[in-house]
Design a protein around this ligand. Structure first.
Ligand SMILES: [Zn+2]
Length: 217
């Protein structure tokens, strides 16, 4: 088991929710002192270490970038799962700046590595985070992108896998078919405009335009 020594002032200033929890522990159990070790459940040591790193340096380093690996490399596996776990940690311990930094990190990583969220990653994100949070949106967007970009023959070969992915969580299922529908609506508008020789209209009614996914990037 990995352990860290963290000062009371650091905890109070940087992870107040944890400082409060430790204080409550001491109040409930008179034998528990502030200096006694506390076991954190539900967070992997490597994820906690990343969180601490960010608290101390304000940076979230990407191991893929450092090693110069590309998207096809096997070390990509689990890369995004770690960031998802860090986002969940940030939400659980009420660290909104870390939540935002993690989302920025994920978006940055997506610019140099592909992510096909697995069923276990999708279920983890949709079970552990709040509805419509930025991480759920990123997951939905990545799956939609992959679905649309895949060629028809490749898709037909993987129909069973796709069925498993799309049905792995009810909310994710609803969000993804909604996002696919928006993509189809946008595509038919563009095609219609092209046929009529008009410049394509990118605007959708207000309620849809907020969710428009830019697949050109
Ligand atoms: Zn990365």
């Amino acid at each position: 088991m990995e352990s860290w020594h963290l000062g009371e002032v650091f905890l109070r200033n940087r992870i107040p929710s944890l400082a409060t929890k430790i204080k409550e522990l001491c109040q409930e159990d008179p034998d528990h002192n502030l200096d006694d070790p506390v076991t954190l459940r539900g967070v992997e040591p490597q994820v906690f270490a990343l969180g601490l790193d960010w608290l101390l340096t304000g940076k979230l380093g990407c191991s893929l970038l450092r090693s110069g690996d590309n998207a096809a490399n096997e070390s990509n596996i689990g890369h995004f799962a770690t960031w998802c776990a860090l986002y969940v940690f940030a939400e659980d311990y009420e660290l909104p700046d870390l939540s935002n930094a993690t989302i920025e990190r994920i978006k940055n990583c997506l610019s140099h590595a592909e992510w096909s969220p697995s069923t276990s990653e999708i279920k983890y994100v949709f079970k552990k985070t709040k509805e419509d949070c930025p991480l759920q949106k990123v997951v939905t967007k990545e799956v939609t992108k992959r679905f649309i970009r895949q060629s028809l023959p490749d898709f037909q070969e993987q129909v069973e896998e796709w069925t498993k992915v799309l049905s792995c969580h009810p909310e994710f299922h609803a969000k993804t078919i909604n996002s696919l529908k928006i993509q189809f609506a946008l595509t038919s508008r563009r095609l219609g405009a092209q046929r009529r020789g008009q410049p394509p209209k990118n605007r959708l009614p207000q309620d849809l335009s907020n969710e428009v996914i830019d697949l050109t990037g």
